[in-house]
Design a protein around this ligand. Structure first.
Ligand code: SF4
Length: 183
């Protein structure tokens, strides 16, 4: 089966109420895939940690009152939690732009999921209120390919029998798995 088929099969499993994907992908899984594939494997294979603490340490957690008056939260399929602004854009708020790529890919995955699974076309806004910074995020040919590559990658990593090889990451110091990896 080609790698394209993996994504097509995933979409079919998500769209068909009588089927469900073997690995229901979440925004957090997408984020972890771009932070550390080993961390994604631990998380998806039942080795659990206090994610809230990790996200606070990394600056990916954000105060829920940020932009509280202009956005509404939705839970899609009991798995995809996203915020919609009055403008209709999907907003992802982060404290710091230090982990810009994981945050951008998480938001792009939400936009892709809405379009591919629910036929809803949306644009996105990535916001860093403490830095007074906003970035528009849209699905085009390039970013769609990035998301689909990520979906393939997540399915590959999660399905492995053992975690990806240990490599030092810039994020190890803020990772609660560091005791497993480095001690
Ligand atoms: S400690 Fe480092 S290598 Fe281990 S899971 Fe965390 S980020 Fe990945």
């Amino acid at each position: 089966m080609s790698s394209t088929d993996v994504v097509e099969e995933y979409v079919q499993d998500e769209r068909d109420p009588s089927r469900s994907p073997n690995v229901p992908i979440t925004g957090l899984m997408v984020q972890y895939y771009h932070v550390c594939k080993r961390e994604l494997w631990f998380m998806a294979n039942g080795i659990d940690i206090d994610r809230e603490t990790t996200n606070i340490q990394r600056g990916t957690h954000v105060d829920e009152t940020s932009y509280g008056t202009s956005r509404r939260s939705f839970m899609i399929d009991n798995r995809i939690q996203l915020d919609i602004l009055d403008s209709g854009d999907v907003m992802e708020v982060k404290v710091s732009s230090a982990l810009e790529k994981p945050a951008r890919m998480q938001l792009l995955f939400y936009l892709w999921y809405l379009r591919e699974i629910h036929d809803i076309d949306k644009d996105g806004v990535l916001a860093y209120p403490t830095e007074r910074k906003r970035e528009s995020v849209v699905l085009d040919e390039t970013t769609t390919a990035e998301v689909e590559s990520t979906v393939r990658g997540v399915l590959d990593v999660v399905g492995r029998d053992s975690p990806p090889q240990l490599e030092k990451k810039p994020y190890c110091g803020t990772c609660l798995y560091q005791d497993l990896c480095w001690m």
